[in-house]
Structures are given as C-alpha cells and as structure tokens.
Design a protein around this ligand. Sequence first.
Ligand code: GLV
Ligand code: MG
Length: 349
Amino acid sequence: MRSARDFYRPLAVGAPEPVREVPFRPSRMIHFFPPSVEKMLAKVPDIAPTVDVLLANLEDGVPASDKEAARAGLIHVAQTVDMGDTQLWTRVNSLDSPWCLDDLTAAVLEGGEALDVIMVPKVEGPEDIHYVDRLLAQLEAKAGLTEPLMVHAILETARGVANVEAICGASPRMQGLSLGPADLAANRRMKTTRVGGGHPGYLVRTDPDPDDADAPRTTYQQDLWHYTISRMVDACVMHGILPYYGPFGDIRDTTACEDQFRNAYLLGCVGAWSLHPVQIGIAKTVFSPDPVEVAHAKRVVEAMGDGTGALMLDGKMEDDASVKQCKVVLELASQLASRDPDLAATYDL
Ligand code: GLV
Ligand code: MG
C-alpha cells in the first residue's frame, strides 16, 4: 500500500512533481492526424491554430508497416512546429503491443518538452496506469523535463468500464478519459459494425392500438452510449478529471455527429475527437455553451444575489441548485472566452 503522503511525490528521482489539479485548457476537439502520412504532416502548421488539441495518432488506423514512420512524424512535429496555444497530444500503441515501449520512450525523450498529454488506449484497470506512471517518471527524469506529462485513458473494454473509478483515481497524472465506442462495442460483443453513434435497431416502440392490432406503431431510436457516458462522467468528476466522447466515424453524417456530440456535452463531457476537418467546427459549436444559455445563466445568477433562497423568473422556479448549474455554464463560457475573442464578444462577458 502507498501512503497518501506519497501520492504527490515523483515516482522517479529527478522527475517533476505531479500536479494537484488538472489545468483547464480548452479541449473541445481532440483532432486526430496520422503522422506517418507526409501530406498530413505538411498540413499540421495550418491545422494547429484551428483546433484546441492536435493529436498525433500512433495506434489503430496506422498500418503495422508505418508504426515507425508515425513515431518519427510525431517527433518531427514536436520538435519543429510552433503550436501556439494549441495542445499537442499523442495516442501511443496499446500496452500489449510491441510498439508501446518505443512509443513512450521516443515521445518523452525526443518530444517531451512539446507534449502535453499521452493518450493510452485499451486501459483495463489501475495497474495499466501504474505501469505508465512509473515509466513516464523515469523517462521524464532522464529527459530533464520540468513539467509532468498528463495521461488520458481510452475506455474501450468491458473490464475498463468495470474498473473505471479505479482507473480515474490511479494517478495524479490522470487528465481525462475518452469513450472508445468502436473497440468497446467489439470487446462487449455488441452486434454493431460502426464507429460510434446510434443504431436503428436499438429502439423502443409504442404499445399496439387495442382496436387495431395492425395499426403502425411509432418507434424511437435509443442512445446506445447513454449508460457508458454517464458512468464515465461520474467516475471522472469523482476524481477531478475530464470526460470526452471519442470518435464518430460517419464523416458525411454531420447531423448525427452533432447530435452525438451534444448528448455527450449535455451529460457532462468537455469535448470529443475530430477525425476530419468537418468535425472541428461541429465540436467547437457544441462544446462551447450556447449564447442563449449563457445569457440566461447570467440573469439567474444576478437575480439570485448571494445564491441562496428561491425566486420565480419567467414563471420558473430558481433556487440554490439551479444557480449552481448556471454557474457551471458561466464558468465554462468565461474560461473559453478568455482564450477566444469571438466567443467573448458573443457572450458579452
Ligand atoms: C477508439 O479508439 C475506438 O475504439 O472507438
Ligand atoms: Mg480504439
């Protein structure tokens, strides 16, 4: 057992101290790019200023024959591209792959100064985070880094979901979790063949008409991901880390992508992955509070004075609890607005 007093001590001599709070930086979209593809590498300086997080993907989606080229592409970006305010993340290969150790070693020793977060896929339990935690500390010490790298886990196995609270609390390095609906569906043996989103077969149907058994009955498609996202959000909030929706694979279906992102936003997620430039704008809109909600929240907070008691506003009851919700919206709006003059003007903050 580790003493609580040791929790914030570095795990290697000379490694930086772990942070106590996850620093807030906008991360409405984690934009994936394949660093093994020359054409994509060339676009990085133009894409970087348009996104909150740029992620060099080394894992699934990169063919086995390109794994080394992808790693080299990540190092190239880390060493040569000025990212400005944009965060640079990487997704390394899974812990059971032959590439993970070299990915982590190269990322920290050659790109560690520029990297903010390391995304670890297929995390199944706290033991996976403990392995990465110690290894990163050793590498940080060797590289002489002064800021600790944060870790982001993907929730994409049934065991990972069953252990989600322990994963979130496994290290002060934990920055957040993303839902990985494609791998999770496969691992759970769900009978879907898509990357995220709903399924027309997952529905509820109204009762039959007692006077006409053959009359059409309305159906409503249900959200396949509701349970997992809600569980992930609770685990993240309990441990002070950030929840994200992951990928939405149907690039042409921008409407359903927006719906999926918004469901996640309303349930508490702070961002989602973008797999194509068209999804960047969707994530930006969805994960920035709606200006109408911001104006309403401001009105409620002003009307509620010290935030206690109850009053009627436009026929609706407001009290200590609704004012707290309004403050959540306002806090996010002002955090985002402080880095985005267009949003600041829209919100009038
Ligand atoms: C993402 O990695 C997923 O499996 O959905
Ligand atoms: Mg996956």
